[in-house]
Design a protein around this ligand. Structure first.
Ligand SMILES: C[S@@+](CC[C@H](N)C(=O)[O-])C[C@H]1O[C@@H](n2cnc3c(N)ncnc32)[C@H](O)[C@@H]1O
Length: 211
């Protein structure tokens, strides 16, 4: 399973705030682009993707949405925003993922908690934990990777296709996430600052080539 986490400080957290102008919904246009890059190739849908979205915008932050490859997921390239909007309308205001459509779940959960849980899941499968479960955690070299232009070159890594790739929105990550993100290994896909959607395409391509 290829797993991605996309964090957005501005993406809105209420369905009624998603209207025709997606930019005004905390750059929901970018959210749609990353989802399309994560799930669609030219003529097919990928069947091995789990995509976490953390929205930290007004008025109900945080929201954790999960989209997972599923033939019955009601998604189309033309109306990704419609799916997000419907998910937000149905969101519980508590922790515990609620599947609101096939392959589409949502809950209230912070970015830090989602990432720690993903890291913990990997630790239980014998991959060293990077973040631990307490606040005082040592850095280590697990499979959770932060996409950052200053990170280690992707081509120096042996990707196994089971990594969790963490990607920021158009503004990257806010300063208050710095301390938490410091513990995570950083990787770069190349010398230019790219759109998050382009980064996802490159990551998929690297893993595709190794399969
Ligand atoms: C449009 S960029 C964010 C630009 C923002 N001004 C910043 O400096 O962080 C969106 C996200 O894509 C990822 N990204 C962009 N270019 C990258 C690169 N060359 N290598 C790795 N990740 C990259 C980062 O996770 C970044 O937060």
């Amino acid at each position: 399973m290829r797993e991605f986490v996309y964090y957005s400080k501005s993406a809105v957290t209420a369905g009624n705030l998603i209207k025709d102008d997606l930019k005004k919904a905390g750059r929901m246009d970018i959210v749609c682009n990353v989802i399309i890059s994560a799930f669609f190739t030219s003529n097919a849908m990928r069947n091995d993707v789990r995509f976490h979205l953390i929205f930290d915008g007004a008025p109900n932050a945080p929201r954790h949405l999960v989209l997972e490859s599923n033939e019955e997921m009601p998604i189309s390239k033309k109306n990704v925003a419609g799916l997000i909007k419907r998910m937000l309308y149905k969101s519980p205001d508590s922790e515990g993922l609620l599947e609101v459509f096939p392959g589409a779940s949502i809950e209230r959960k912070s970015f830090e908690k989602v990432v720690k849980e993903l890291d913990g899941e990997r630790a239980t499968r014998g991959i060293p934990s990077k973040l631990g479960t307490s606040n005082e955690v040592p850095p280590s070299s697990g499979n959770v990777l932060l996409l950052d232009g200053k990170g280690k070159d992707l081509r120096e890594l042996e990707l196994r296709g089971n990594e969790v790739f963490i990607i920021g929105d158009h503004e990257g990550f806010p300063k208050d996430k710095g301390k938490f993100l410091k513990r995570i290994d950083k990787i770069s896909v190349g010398p230019k600052v790219l759109f998050a959607s382009q980064v996802i395409t490159i990551l998929h391509n690297e893993v595709d080539r190794k399969e």
